[in-house]
Write a new protein. Structure first.
Ligand code: ZN
Ligand code: ZN
Ligand code: FE
Length: 749
């Protein structure tokens, strides 16, 4: 029986080789009809026997070009029209703005084969690409995505490249960054004094030699510069740490290929797949053999990734070792992307600088993914993913700008049921980072021609993004909505899991500003799209010294001990923490007693810190989350029991937990039982509240053993547990949640 399907596809389906793919598939199945690009995406009409049509649909989704992301798909069944053949129709809306900008994609296998084929005209050419791979987001200046609108506009294609570009059967048909050694960009190596040392192949060879000699080289990549050095050379890595003034925060390591990863690490199958995915994120994997000890000191895991630009592939192929590849930036500043800036700023750290003359239009840091509770979870969603949108479960009433939080900032532009999330901007705690935020924001708003009708920010009065939003909304005369931090966390988890009705949200993180002016962070919120109720929270404790306590777990430990033992805490402290002098202790006790500069907090993140200090694991942090990461490494899944805790009138009291923990002699046992206790608490509250859907969010939910345990306990009892897969559980995901808050302002216009 003959039928006709009209299929309309929305998403990243233009400029990715979709029409030729549809043409080939339809012809192979002897189906008739046409395919056309329209202003929303791709429209297909196919007719033929029903069975073949179904096969077409299945294969359409399964075999689609690697860069295509189908966002939504509508299929309409119609009576046959009597098409005679299958054709690619010219789009009548030529020049129509393609709504979806593609992310940058790692070099594909075919390009890679050509890259290392001595007979190919692009042999060892560091800018090889095709329709299935190469830079996109970082080279686009404006839409539509055509070569004159990219930073490739300065390079005129040679006849051979032009021919490929115009041939619909060629893999480089309409590949905007198409180039070759004759017509495209090239690399050059500079000394730190700014002297040109070598160009083209020689520059890469010399870079490899320098790395072999233990030098540090700044290398221009896709979304910014990396600082690279031999990851197995302790002296080189130490030197990089000293120059960057970066004490212990782990460095990411780039490996030549998967085989080399396996020499040093033990990725699971899922982690291997992530390493090889076209997004090429940094993946946190267990170390097997030690790289240079300073790469990720004190941690079991290392951030590993594979080459994603042809330049990386060539460079790494010259080296017998993996390299540290960390963002090239001054501390507290965004990643460097321009040549001039690199010569000026990165010469401070690097012995050599490898530049190229393809301009990077916008910064885009490497993405980071971690498998949490068996689910690949973004820790930082940036290169390879941004700016692909996330689909919202509801239509927004108007255009909404959500500015995110302060740490690990991202912002979001929301329109209809689409959320365009920015690349990772970073911590916005000074004027430099604030202006980087502003630059990225106006850039994306211009690209999409986006005029917000509502701005959403965090409730925290002292976040730079809050102040910025107040000013921006005033100047533009639009409404500003402030949203509680942990509610936004849970909304982001609801958004990406397509949830619109009531959930129990477990939002545990460092700290976020609460409705009562205290610092929240151990929250159980009953949430729907209209609002939330704080159902349970952890017993608040003072953070002695405010901000200082965030960096010094020993201060949090102190506070908990004072809360429980009052003056009798001194003995326990001297025995366990051994960090304070008698006078210091007395001063801190006074501060605790008087509550001066000691804001109350219910943060579970801080409880983790306290445990790290009480067990003598870490008293002062050199980066955020360090204590929790070190505890995570000690977790033993064979430990099944947990410590006692109390629940009373909406408060979870950690006092019995603390007392039991202090009795424990074995660190690993203590950590395992502590984490199990938190999971038990989650279960107990879920039982009390009795809502079947439970969302986990907040920075603490980056802890794999904790999330795994919560999932295990709650699913056993029939709860449905939702976690993050598309945006980070940390503050990088806040902006997505903030967008959803606009729903309660439905009647604004
Ligand atoms: Zn390719
Ligand atoms: Zn060429
Ligand atoms: Fe947070």
């Amino acid at each position: 029986m003959e039928k006709r399907f009209r299929i309309s596809l929305q998403g990243a389906v233009q400029g990715v080789g979709f029409r030729p793919f549809v043409y080939n598939l339809a012809t192979e199945l002897s189906l008739r009809g046409f395919v056309i690009n329209d202003s929303h995406g791709v429209l297909i009409e196919v007719e033929g026997p029903e069975q073949k049509l179904v096969e077409f649909l299945i294969r359409l989704n399964r075999e689609k070009p690697p860069l295509a992301h189908i966002f939504s798909q509508e299929v309409e069944e119609l009576s046959p029209k009597g098409y005679e053949d299958f054709t690619i129709r010219e789009s009548d809306s030529k020049g129509e703005k393609e709504v979806f900008i593609l992310p940058d994609v790692a070099t594909c296998d075919e390009c890679l084969r050509e890259l290392f084929d001595p007979k190919d005209r692009r042999f060892l050419y560091p800018f090889i690409n095709c329709t299935n791979c190469g830079p996109r987001f970082t080279i686009i200046e404006k839409l539509p995505y055509d070569r004159p609108n990219t930073t490739m506009k300065l390079f005129k294609m040679c006849p051979l490249c032009q021919e490929e570009y115009e041939d619909p059967k060629n893999r480089r048909f309409h590949a905007q960054p198409n180039a070759c050694p004759q017509c495209g960009p090239h690399v050059s190596l500079f000394s730190r004094e700014g002297k040109l040392l070598a160009e083209r192949e020689k520059a890469i060879k010399k870079t490899a030699e320098a790395l072999k000699e233990g030098k540090i080289v700044a290398v221009k990549g896709i979304g910014g510069f990396h600082l690279m050095c031999n990851a197995t050379d302790e002296e080189a890595v130490q030197k990089l740490r000293e120059r960057k003034k970066r004490q212990e925060k782990p460095f990411a390591v780039m490996f030549k290929n998967l085989e080399q990863v396996l020499e040093y690490g033990e990725p699971t199958d899922l982690e291997k797949a992530l390493l090889l995915s076209p997004e090429r994120p940094i993946v946190l994997i267990n170390k097997e053999k030690e790289l240079a000890p300073s790469v990720s000191p004190g941690l079991k895991k290392v951030g590993a990734f594979l080459p994603y630009s042809p330049l990386h592939h060539i460079l790494l192929s010259e080296l017998p070792f993996p390299v540290v590849a960390t963002s090239g930036n001054l501390s507290d500043e965004p990643i460097v992307k321009d040549n001039e800036e690199a010569l000026e700023k990165l010469s401070e750290f690097a012995d050599y600088i490898l530049l190229h003359n393809r301009e990077i239009k916008r910064r885009c840091d490497d993405s980071v993914v971690k498998v949490i509770g068996k689910t690949p979870t973004p820790i930082r969603r940036s290169r390879g993913y941004a700016p692909l949108p996330v689909k919202l479960p509801v239509e927004l009433p108007f255009k909404v700008l959500a500015v995110g939080g302060m740490l690990k900032n991202t912002f979001a532009l929301g329109q209809g049921n689409v959320a365009f999330l920015s690349q990772h901007i970073g911590d916005i705690d000074n004027l430099t980072t604030l202006s980087a935020f502003e630059e990225a924001l106006f850039d994306l708003m211009n690209l999409y021609d986006f005029q917000p009708q509502l701005v959403v920010c965090d409730l925290h009065p002292r976040y730079e993004t809050t102040r910025w939003s107040e000013k921006f909304s005033r100047e533009r005369g639009i409404k500003l909505l402030k949203v509680q931090h942990h509610y936004a966390h849970i909304l982001s988890c609801m958004a990406e899991n397509d949830l619109t009705s009531q959930v129990l949200g477990i939002a545990w993180d460092g700290t976020g500003y609460g409705e009562d002016g205290t610092l929240w962070g151990g929250e159980f919120l009953l949430c729907d799209l209209q609002g939330y109720k704080r159902a349970y929270h952890f017993r608040p404790f003072p953070l002695i010294g405010g901000e200082k306590a965030v960096k010094e777990p020993r201060r949090v430990a102190l506070s908990l001990l004072f809360e429980v033992f009052k003056k009798d805490a001194f003995g326990v402290i001297e025995e366990r923490i051994k960090e304070f002098s008698e006078t210091q202790l007395r001063t801190l006790y006074k501060a605790w007693e008087s509550r001066i500069n000691a804001p109350l907090s219910s943060s579970v993140g801080r409880l983790f810190d306290a445990v790290a200090s009480l067990l003598g694991i870490k008293h002062k942090l050199s980066y955020e989350g360090q204590g929790a990461m070190m505890l995570e490494d000690l977790y033993d899944p064979s430990v099944k029991d947990h410590y006692p805790f109390l629940m009373h009138e909406g408060i979870i009291d950690w006092e019995p937990t603390l007392l039991a923990l202090l009795e424990e002699r074995d660190k690993a046992l203590a950590v395992s039982r502590f984490i199990n206790t938190l999971a038990r608490i989650a279960l107990q509250v879920a039982r009390e509240v009795g809502v079947s859907k439970v969302c986990l969010s907040g920075g603490v939910m980056q802890n794999d053993p904790l999330v795994s345990k919560i999932k295990e306990l709650l699913t056993e009892e029939g709860f449905e547990v939702f976690t993050h897969r598309k945006v980070p559980p940390n503050d990088g995901g806040l902006s997505l949640g903030q967008l959803l808050c606009s729903l309660k302002e439905r009647d604004l216009y």
